[in-house]
Design a protein around this ligand. Structure first.
Ligand SMILES: Cc1cc2nc3c(=O)[nH]c(=O)nc-3n(C[C@H](O)[C@H](O)[C@H](O)COP(=O)(O)O)c2cc1C
Length: 392
């Protein structure tokens, strides 16, 4: 852990207090990956790989983070965005979002809010409890977040954003990172200037989603925009993000932008083994050439695919109990169906099941009919907002 802390006060599933002396999973990874020379430093931390799980609110809860880490290759994971004021006041949901586990390392907690005092207090709250890093959200496009002055709205006021980031950095000992978009719209591409200022203020890394707020999730990622952020900073790592679905995509992101690391969100839901593939490809010395990355060095066996599905749900039930987990798990069905060889009718049942027993029956049915799927395309139906961005 950074800042010479123990993990003794990080809330875990079992209780609000983690047993002291637990082994840090990330530390073990870092040692083995150090041998493959693909590690990266962010602040005081050495991360085992350059491929990070991007936060996806509603998806990247602890259960998903743990199960995807078990697949291998994740360099860093970040929690869903947590409202800073709620974290400090102790709202049940905010506290649930920051629950973690010794296997859930290395971890950053992402906070958002429009008021400096809330962000500073939340960062201190995390620092005091032994969390390893804090990430400030400056990218969320949703009106309910930007309307409070948080998320991407912060990028519109350069002085305000710098004042806020400077105060958070000064308040804590742990590394502070920022995740942002390119800017509010094409006329206001503020990310490069902000990244440089943030670096001077002591921010440890920047993650940049290569879209503007105006784009929402539409259109293509502007790789030139990411590159301009990379070129704006002097030494801190820039993490490129957006639309990476395959090893070749990740390689292209690094080649085209010069970014030091890549954050993957939806691509990890579609292929939970993407980090493992990346780690294996790096270890093979495939080099940073997208053309050499097409060959997939790893295919999970049907047993492994089913184990992944069952394990994700098991970890969810461990944290949230039976019925909430059924509800929360259903939306993963459309993402997992294609990759896990789930026949369409069983994917449909996964979208509606209501008990552990029903889940186990579906898994047994998938086992019997694994791969009997007509459409190889994922039916992912993620709830990204539709329509003009003004209406979000
Ligand atoms: C459903 C959903 C939830 C998201 N939640 C967050 C979040 O909590 N914090 C954040 O910084 N970005 C969030 N994002 C943005 C992603 O982290 C990422 O920047 C974006 O999806 C582009 O990367 P990808 O193509 O790899 O998914 C979210 C995106 C989606 C689709």
């Amino acid at each position: 852990m950074s800042a010479g802390r123990t993990e003794s006060s990080i809330p875990t599933v079992a209780s609000a207090v983690t047993p002291a002396g637990v082994v840090e999973a990330g530390a073990i990874d870092a040692v083995s990956a150090a041998q493959s020379c693909d590690t990266i430093r962010i602040g005081s931390r050495t991360l085992a790989t350059r491929y990070f799980l991007a936060p996806l609110a509603g998806y990247t809860h602890m259960a998903f983070r743990r199960v995807i880490r078990e697949c291998g290759g994740v360099g860093l994971a970040t929690t869903d965005l947590v409202q800073a004021a709620h974290l400090v006041s102790g709202t049940r949901w905010a506290r649930e979002l920051v629950q973690t586990h010794p296997d859930d390392r290395p971890l950053s907690v992402q906070i958002y809010g429009g008021q400096i005092k809330h962000l500073v207090a939340a960062a201190k709250w995390l620092d005091d409890r032994g969390y390893e890093a804090v990430d400030i959200n400056m990218g969320c496009p949703m009106a309910k977040i930007t309307g409070q002055g948080g998320g991407a709205r912060l990028m519109c006021d350069t002085d305000g954003a710098c004042g806020l980031v400077g105060r958070v950095v000064a308040a804590v000992k742990i590394p502070v990172t920022v995740k942002m978009r390119l800017g509010w719209d094409r006329e206001q591409i503020t990310a490069p200037a902000l990244a440089r200022e943030f670096e001077l203020l002591g921010v440890a890394a920047i993650t940049i989603h290569g879209r503007t707020r105006q784009q929402g999730f539409r259109g293509t990622v502007l790789v030139d925009g990411i590159r301009s952020v990379v070129e704006a900073v002097e030494r801190i790592p820039v993490v490129g993000n957006g639309d990476v679905r395959t090893v070749a995509d990740a390689w292209r992101m690094r080649e085209a932008t010069g970014c030091a690391a890549v954050a993957i969100g939806r691509g990890a839901l579609l292929d939970p083994w993407i980090f493992r593939r990346l780690k294996l490809a790096s270890a093979r010395g495939a080099g940073l050439h997208s053309a050499s990355a097409d060959e997939t060095p790893f295919t999970p066996s049907p047993q492994e695919q089913l184990r992944f599905l069952a394990r994700h749900f098991e970890l969810m039930v461990e944290q949230h109990g039976e019925f909430p987990s059924c509800r929360m798990f259903r939306k993963f069905a459309a993402w997992y169906g294609a990759r896990l060889g789930i026949p369409e009718d069983l994917e449909d049942r996964l979208r509606r099941f209501e008990s552990v027993v029903a889940f186990e029956q579906i898994v047994a049915d998938i086992r019997a009919r694994h791969g009997e799927r007509h459409d190889p395309r994922p039916t992912a139906d993620i709830k990204v907002p539709n329509g003009p961005v003004e209406h979000w």
